[in-house]
Design a protein around this ligand. Structure first.
Ligand code: MN
Length: 489
């Protein structure tokens, strides 16, 4: 059975604390959602603002395959704004719990039914598709919930939705609630929140209980702990529920996840299922060895399925098999004795509590293989002016291919100024700093500072480190080490 996906990244997802998207960003996300096969896109809430309406209009006008919805309260003023945006459909949100009806709306249940029925009539009179979402449905009296649905359907509602607004369902209670709605004559959908980390599990149970549509957000962003995560839920349906499927092109999931993370600034935790940095990364020797022989040993799905690639992480749990494939990736062929030596050196570094970066691996391997790379760029001098009344300014003297080059930069802090002084040189134009991480190795203000950065040039990413007593020197050293590595190959 096919399950329709309504994605609400642009409405509920944008309600994530601290997230606000421009029209252009919303349009890019909507385009990607349409491309990947989302059936319904909730593009925003038309009543919110002029800017929000412009962005909904732009998305509606594009002629996407997906149905475009706006959020709406059961009020004509909201519905008029939806009509103004020329959407296909409305997500008409009607509270159904006693708590919401009496404490928030301060009306009676009969008044609520009138409000709901009139709103559905008004939408249908104006040619809108209506999905009636019962807000706080999971804390509502089931008989009353059903009467709201049945009334709405009699007035022409096309679909109804159960909202677990505060995320209190469990897989069992979710299944029970949806099973009780099996006599509803239109498609029933499921909108879950992740307050107890159960949104995806509850959504899967809802499907088993009879829901034929799910609401999701990319990366599970949304109010508080967020909503049902699109990628986790869609891939779970595909892999774990043999009787159900969606129209989503799963191999593009990682792309859309990265796009939304970048545009919202809500980064993905490394251990997040499907899209987290570590979801297809292996460090342990036993696992890496198994994976290389047959990936099914320690992977429930291939990374390619969701548009990713497998990674072997360098670290103390790594075995020689994983290490050898990593070395091959960076273009080094080693014999068994050399491999063993490199492995021992890495474990020694890792035992000191250090993260082993690509540059460390390269240096260790070079030492064992006695390869001497001449670094093209060397730092000769760096001077910083910083304080509470001056714009932090840095001047650097670099030696690049044995030519001395002087440059200066400003920044929001001394580290930023120093890095800017280096990277504003023409030859660094296409190198992007994608991660910057600082650790104080010991406790005091005299601590050694360990800076680990990631640099990207085209599709190549390297990590590099600098360890110094001075945070600025450590940062610049890490940056230059990374650049040298990028320029080497
Ligand atoms: Mn919600």
């Amino acid at each position: 059975m096919n399950i329709n996906v309504l994605d609400t990244t642009l409405r509920d997802g944008e309600q994530t604390p601290g997230v606000s998207l421009t029209s252009q960003e919303k349009f890019r996300i909507a385009t990607k959602l349409d491309e990947i096969g989302v059936n319904f896109i909730e593009a925003g809430s038309a009543i919110t603002s002029e800017g929000e309406r412009d962005s909904i209009k732009e998305i509606s006008a594009q002629g996407f395959n997906a149905e475009i919805l706006s959020f709406s309260r059961p009020l004509n003023v909201d519905i008029d704004y939806c009509l103004d945006c020329d959407v296909d459909a409305v997500n008409l949100v009607v509270p159904t719990s006693d708590l919401h009806i009496s404490d928030k709306l301060k009306i009676s249940k009969d008044e609520l039914l009138d409000l709901s029925n009139n709103a559905v009539d008004y939408c249908k009179d104006h040619g809108l598709i209506v999905e009636l979402s019962a807000e706080d449905a999971s804390r509502s009296d089931v008989d009353f919930l059903k009467s709201v649905y049945v009334n709405a359907i009699n007035h022409g509602a096309d679909r109804v939705c159960v909202c677990d607004t505060v995320g209190i369902l469990t897989p069992d209670t979710s299944y029970e609630l949806f099973s009780k709605l099996n006599d509803i004559q239109v498609p029933v959908s499921c909108h879950c929140h992740n307050d107890f980390g159960l949104a995806v599990a509850n959504t899967l149970s809802a499907i088993k209980g009879g829901a034929s549509e799910i609401h999701t957000t990319i990366n599970g962003i949304g109010e508080r702990a967020g909503n049902t995560s699109f990628e986790e839920c869609v891939v779970s349906i595909d892999r774990l529920l043999p009787d159900f499927s969606t129209s989503i092109k799963i191999n593009q999931i990682y792309d859309v996840s990265k796009l939304v993370a970048r545009l919202t600034g809500v980064y993905i935790q490394p251990n997040k299922a499907i899209v987290g940095e570590n979801a297809f990364a292996h460090e342990s020797g036993i696992h890496s060895d198994g994976i290389i022989k047959n990936s099914a040993t320690y992977e429930p799905m291939t990374p390619e399925l969701v548009g990713r690639t497998r990674k072997f992480i360098i670290g103390k749990h790594m075995g020689t098999h994983g290490l050898n494939s990593r070395l091959k990736e960076i273009g080094l062929e080693v014999n068994e004795i050399q491999l063993k030596q490199i492995c021992d050196d890495i474990k020694e570094l890792a035992d000191m509590g250090k993260t082993v970066t690509d540059v460390d691996l390269q240096v260790i391997a070079d030492n064992v293989l006695e390869i001497n790379h001449e670094d093209r760029i060397k730092l000769d001098e760096i001077t910083i002016v910083s304080g509470n009344k001056v714009m932090p300014t840095a001047s650097v003297k670099l030696v690049i291919d044995s030519e001395e080059i002087l440059n200066a930069g400003v920044g929001i802090g001394p580290v930023d100024a120093a890095i800017n002084a280096v990277k504003s040189l023409d030859m660094f134009k296409d190198i992007e700093l994608i991660e910057y991480h600082v650790d104080a190795i010991t406790g005091g203000t005299d601590a050694f500072i360990d800076v680990i950065i990631k640099l990207q040039k085209a599709d190549k990413v390297v990590s590099a480190r600098g360890t110094e007593a001075d945070i600025i020197n450590a940062s610049v050293k890490a940056y230059i080490a990374g650049v040298n590595r990028l320029l080497r190959d």
